[in-house]
Design a protein around this ligand. Structure first.
Ligand SMILES: *[C@@H]1O[C@H](CO)[C@@H](O)[C@H](O)[C@H]1NC(C)=O
Length: 582
């Protein structure tokens, strides 16, 4: 059975047929309805490495499409971000040893942990990856970025914080240019940030929150400066259990400039300017949600068309039982959490509203698509984060449709055939497809004798809104019409687009803007989608001129570069990169 999913690249239609046939077999055998398990008895450890593939839900039409962008990205993408110059940056950690990408001759990195001292590490631990061609440019990072954090500044520069060992207090900069390389600023942070979360603030600064034994937050200092101290957050200490299920806390900037912080099973709203806790929300029962339990979380799209009635909701899905990491050490892998919870953190007396995923997920990514729907992708159905602490890769992505009623929101899409376990990542691309990369559940780059070989293949997932039959009518932004000086807070913003082969009326239209996140360990920091209010729309020959109202203030949309999409009847254009500023 293994060959069907792991070794053969089948035409999608054939694959669908096989999945449906296998689903029928499993149903007869009395398995959980809708869940298809493909046992893999070929694993080196003798374990039964089932893959979880759900029957594709074809009722909604085209269910997506997978292609391989690259067989070898050189570095396994533990951390991934899309930069405004049209490239992805991927990086791993020096802790997993040499990668498959070498630094240019004579440009090796002194290895601070070598025994005896003085050895050089000549492999690259970061690459600039061209997601259109698969081309790789090695980048040089001096210090260990293991389990670090990042975000983009108002100019689109990646500002990246923390990591491990000699890297734990480092701030690093990477500019959006095809010639740039990392600049590192050691001893910048007051507390070591290993598994911390970074969030951009309305004033363009960043806070970095939490991390191992760091029960605090601090503002990321400008280049060359150092923080003397951090501000304590008692919640982080209080939610530290025996396996630290509160790392990589979920942090979301709310529309009033306050911060939602979720750790383990508790959450607060606090004021980042003084650390004051404004309210605590009800506990989210059922297990743990943060690393190593590694659930997913996002701020749901901010619909600016609602004006004064704008509300912000946070969603948290999946995760693991609190003891998952502990029992992983004795090779037990409990089922991941299936529940999905939503709350409006600003509403007095708010309660979690619960829903169920078709199958439990841990270590998955949750990406906001240009439509405002969510994609849940990668990860596993058993166990938790940690080297070899999970089983049952879930190969099926879920589409989560916001506007549908509870019970109908999840749709099983076309499955990949590549497991993406611990240390995998994914990112929305400006062409509205999704880049899927990485995965390394071994403590070194290891391609043999292990249950899940280190993954250096990079895939692209094409979501249902780019069905082949819809491409002929896909809207296209006239890039030359996009104002070169970007978008000003609260001002009108106009551009032109074409939409071949169909008349377009104003109700068919939607304009969204997406803040590109920094993704690692199943969490996309700073991810944000805004739905803009259209204020004018008029045909101009073969094209249309559209005017939108830019977000009023930087608490809604922190300054920086966004991907702006126009959607016609739910089909997104390719994005234009647009800077929003004062
Ligand atoms: C890969 O893992 C196997 C099993 O643990 C081990 O025997 C082997 O030495 C590892 N290879 C490398 C390159 O680390």
């Amino acid at each position: 059975m293994r060959g069907i999913f792991s070794d053969l690249t089948m035409a999608p239609l054939l694959r669908v047929a096989v999945l449906v046939a296998l689903a029928a077999v499993c149903a007869v055998q009395g398995q959980q309805p809708g869940l298809l398990r493909v046992p893999d008895r070929s694993a080196p450890t003798g374990a039964f490495l089932d893959r979880v593939v759900l029957p594709v839900d074809n009722a909604g039409g085209f269910a997506g499409w997978w292609t391989v962008v690259s067989e070898n990205s050189g570095v396994s993408a533990m951390h991934l971000a899309i930069m405004r110059h049209g490239k992805a940056v991927m990086f791993d950690t020096t802790t997993t040893g040499p990668s498959l990408s070498m630094l240019p001759a004579g440009n090796c990195r002194p290895d601070p942990r070598s025994v005896p001292p003085g050895a050089m590490d000549c492999s690259a631990h970061a690459v600039e990856f061209d997601y259109n061609t698969g081309a790789v440019r090695p980048l040089k990072i001096l210090t260990d970025t293991w389990c670090s954090s990042g975000a983009f500044d108002p100019e689109g520069m990646l500002v990246q914080t923390g990591g491990y060992f000699e890297g734990v207090k480092v701030v690093r900069h990477l500019s959006p240019q095809i010639t740039s390389d990392w600049r590192e600023f050691p001893n910048s942070l007051a507390d070591g940030r290993w598994y911390g979360t970074q969030q951009v603030l309305p004033d363009g600064r960043f806070i970095v929150v939490g991390g191992r034994r760091a029960f605090s937050y601090e503002f990321v200092p400008v280049a060359g400066q150092s923080n003397a101290q951090a501000t304590p957050i008692p919640l982080l200490r209080d939610t530290t259990d025996d396996v630290e299920n509160n790392l990589y806390p979920f942090v979301h900037l709310l529309p009033d400039g306050t911060i939602f912080l979720f750790a383990n099973d508790r959450s607060i709203v606090f004021n980042p300017q003084n650390g004051q806790v404004l309210r605590e929300l009800p506990k989210l029962h059922g297990g743990a949600r943060n690393y190593p339990a590694s659930g997913m979380s996002a701020l749901l799209p901010l619909d600016l068309r609602r004006g004064e009635r704008l509300s912000a909701e946070v969603i948290i899905c999946g995760g693991a039982p609190k003891e998952a990491f502990k029992v992983g050490e004795i090779n037990r892998f409990p089922p991941a959490l299936r529940d999905c919870a939503r709350i409006n953190p600003s509403k007095p007396g708010a309660r979690w509203s619960m829903d169920q995923m078709p199958v439990g997920r841990v270590m998955s990514d949750m990406l906001i698509l240009p439509t405002g729907d969510l994609l849940m992708i990668n990860g596993a159905a058993q166990g938790c984060s940690g080297w070899a602490f999970a089983r049952q890769p879930v190969l099926t992505p879920f589409l989560y449709t916001l506007r549908k009623p509870r019970g109908q929101r999840f749709r099983a899409l076309a499955a990949s055939n590549i497991p993406r376990m611990y240390h995998a990542s994914s990112a929305l691309l400006p062409d509205a497809t999704v880049l899927v990369a990485g995965g390394n559940t071994n403590s070194a780059y290891n391609f043999s004798g292990v249950d899940f070989p280190t993954e250096v293949r990079v895939e692209r997932f094409t979501p249902p809104y780019l069905a082949p039959e819809l491409l002929a009518t896909r809207p296209e932004i006239d890039v030359a019409s996009v104002p070169a000086n970007g978008m000003k807070f609260g001002a009108k913003f106009a551009f032109r687009f074409s939409a071949p082969g169909q008349p377009v009326a104003e109700p068919d239209l939607k304009v969204t803007m997406y803040a590109p996140p920094f993704t690692t360990h199943g969490y996309s920091m700073n991810q944000r989608l805004l739905v803009l209010q259209v204020t004018a729309f008029k045909p101009e020959g073969q094209r249309y001129k559209i005017t939108v109202h830019a977000p009023l203030n930087p608490a809604l949309a922190p300054p920086g570069y966004y991907m702006v999409f126009v959607l016609v009847k739910g089909v997104p254009s390719k994005a234009a990169w647009v800077k929003i500023h004062h």
